[in-house]
Ligand binder design. Sequence first.
Ligand SMILES: *Cc1c(COP(=O)(O)O)cnc(C)c1O
Length: 369
Amino acid sequence: MNKENVNIPFVSFRPMEKELGEELRAAFDRVLERSWYIGGTEGKTFEESFSKYCGRKYCVGVGNGLDAIVLALKALGITCGDEVLVPSNTYIATALAVTYVGARPVFVEPDIRTFNMNPSLIEQAITDKTKAIIPVHLYGQPCEMNEIMRIADKYGLKVVEDCAQAHGATYQGRKVGTFGDVACFSFYPGKNLGALGDAGAIVTDNEEMADIIRTLGNYGSDYKYHHIRKGQNTRLDELQAAFLSVKLPHLDRMNEERRRIAYCYTEGIRNDKVKTPYVIPDCSPVWHIYAVRCDERDALEMHLRDNGIVTNKHYPIPMHLQECYKDLQIPEGSLPIAEEISRTELSLPMYYGLSDREVRYIIDTINAF
Ligand SMILES: *Cc1c(COP(=O)(O)O)cnc(C)c1O
C-alpha cells in the first residue's frame, strides 16, 4: 500500500452496513408497518434471543449501558453510604453508575498486563461499607472471574459484570455475563454488538431481580398507571430491538474476524518499543479494542497518523483525575497503574471488515517506528 492514499479509520461501520443494510431496512419497514414503537414484540423477541445467547434465564432491554448498570445496582439495593469496587481503568460509565445510586466508587488497580481489575488487590479495598464489585471485561478480555467470585463469596459481596465491551467473550469456556448476580451490556453503535443508536440490556438468572429491573426502567410500573417503585424511563425501543435482532446472529462471526485481526497484530508486531496485549490462559477475548502499550505513545500515534492510520486512546484521563470526580479527593500518583495506562496505551484500528492488506500495512508501519 502507498502511504499517500492510505486512510484507515479507527473504526468503520461501512462493511457491516454493506452486508446487513438490506436486512436492517427490512427490519425498519417491519416496525413501521406494525406502527408500535415501545414495549412490543420486537423488544420481547430480542430479549429472548439475547438471554439465550448469553446463557442466562432473563434479559431486560434498557435505553443504554449506563442505565443498565444503574438499574442493576438499584435492584441490588446499593444506595447512599455504600461502597462499590470498580476498576481504576475503565470507561467512566462504570463509576458514574455507582455515583448515580448515591454510593461511592472505590477504585481497584488493574494488572498492567491484562488492563483488567487485579484480583489480588481487591481484598485490601474492602471495608465494612463495601456492598458490590463491578468487574469490567475491558477491551473484550474476560476478568479473572474465578478469583473475583471467590472473594465476593467470602465477603458476601454482590457482583455486577460490566460486559459493555465483551459480548460473547468466554472465560474457561463460559460466557462472560454468567458469573455475577447480574450482567450489563451496552449496544452503543461501536460496541461488538451495536444498535443503530443507543440501547442496552441486563441479563440475570434471578427472576425477582429481572422483575425489579423491568419495573424500575419503566417508571416503576408493574401495569399501566400503577407504580410500585420510583422508577426511571430507560427502555429498549422496538426499532433498536429489531436492528439488534438482525445483528445478533452475526455476532460470533464478526467477533471471529476481530480475533483473526488481533492474532495478526500479535504475531506481526515486532518492535521492542511496542508491547502487544497479554491474554490470560483459557479465555477467549472478543477484542472490542486492541490495546498496545508504548512509552513513546504520542510519537507512535503521530507516526501512524502521518502514514494514514487513525488510532485512539482508552482512556486518556483516568477517572480519579477527571474534573467531575474532584470530590473523591484522589490525588495524582495514587493510582499509578491506571495513570501509566492513560499515558502509554494506544488502540489500533479494529473493526469487522478491516482487510488483510490494511492490517499488514498497519503492522509494517508499527514495525518501522
Ligand atoms: C460503553 C460502556 C458503558 C456504557 O454504555 P452506554 O451504552 O454508552 O451508556 C459502560 N461500561 C463500559 C465499560 C463501556 O465501554
